[in-house]
Design a protein. Structure first.
Length: 257
């Protein structure tokens, strides 16, 4: 596929084989084509590895950070559980939102919390709202530990951002979805893998082996959850109807009720 952008004629042409489709450059459809490529090339160039939140690196697209903020503000969870801690930026993000809202705790699970990351997370002023659990997110003793710690919370939201294979995410969904309270979410992040499978850093098997597939399988097995195409947007004064810039497509599973 070729994209031909003519800024003087204000057109974007998509050429597939012999078929050429011309779009006005300043249109939602042209923005969608540009956004898809921006996400794809940006993923390959590790654009998401250029951000931090209150001093800790956060490996997320800013657009997804905005959406998760909107969801946390709407749900007002008193417990956020995340698998996949890395440098801790996303834990600090959730803790900062809960701190601003005056209530709530965060549990972060990672198979390996490197000593320099642990030291920095534990030294952060928001660590008072965070519990770290070290071990594989699907190991029965780790799942049991998190379940024990989650007991008694009233509004629980879960984000899965650890090992992104379909099999691992499927196991995480089964382990942690029972903790999610009605109206809240379990989010299988990084379904972007399907879209970037053919990039230089991607792998062909990712077209099927990815978190979105695990979320779709889970939704088919669990009618108590609905897989949303994207999270609700509390504000939208544009004509755009899709969230075009995200690494979390087919990710948001809402517990019904
Ligand atoms: C993409 S990073 C997490 C990024 C982080 N959530 C953020 O937004 O900055 C993935 C993390 O998952 C962890 N991980 C990989 N396999 C895991 C497993 N089986 N259980 C728990 N954590 C795992 C890795 O050690 C790594 O720190």
């Amino acid at each position: 596929m070729k994209l031909v952008i003519d800024t003087e004629a204000r057109t974007l042409d998509r050429v597939e084989g012999d078929v050429r489709t011309s779009l006005p450059l300043y249109s939602d459809d042209a923005f969608e084509a540009i956004a898809d490529l921006y996400v794809k090339v940006g993923w390959n160039q590790k654009y998401l590895y250029t951000f931090s939140w209150m001093g800790r690196p956060i490996i997320q697209m800013p657009d997804d950070v905005m959406r998760v903020q909107e969801a946390i503000h709407a749900i007002k969870p008193d417990l956020v559980i995340e698998t996949g801690v890395a440098h801790g930026g996303s834990l600090i993000l959730y803790a900062s939102l809960l701190e601003a809202m005056g209530e709530g705790h965060v549990i972060g699970v990672d198979i390996e919390i490197r000593p320099h990351n642990r030291t920095a997370i534990e030294a952060h002023p928001l660590f008072k709202r965070i519990t770290l659990v070290e071990g594989s997110s699907t190991a029965p003793d780790i799942v049991a530990q998190v379940r024990d710690k989650a007991a008694g919370y009233k509004r629980v939201m879960v984000l899965l951002d650890s090992n992104h294979t379909r099999e691992h995410v499927a196991a995480e969904l089964e382990a942690y979805a029972p903790l999610v309270t009605p109206g809240s979410y379990i989010v299988a992040t990084d379904g972007i893998m399907a879209m970037v499978a053919d990039t230089p850093r991607g792998k062909p098997e990712w077209t099927e082996d990815n978190p979105s597939r695990a979320a779709e399988d889970f939704a088919a097995r669990h009618p108590e959850f609905t897989l949303l195409p994207e999270p609700p947007t509390p504000f939208n004064e544009s004509t755009l109807t899709r969230q075009l810039v995200t690494h979390w497509p087919q990710a948001w599973l809402r517990r019904n009720g």
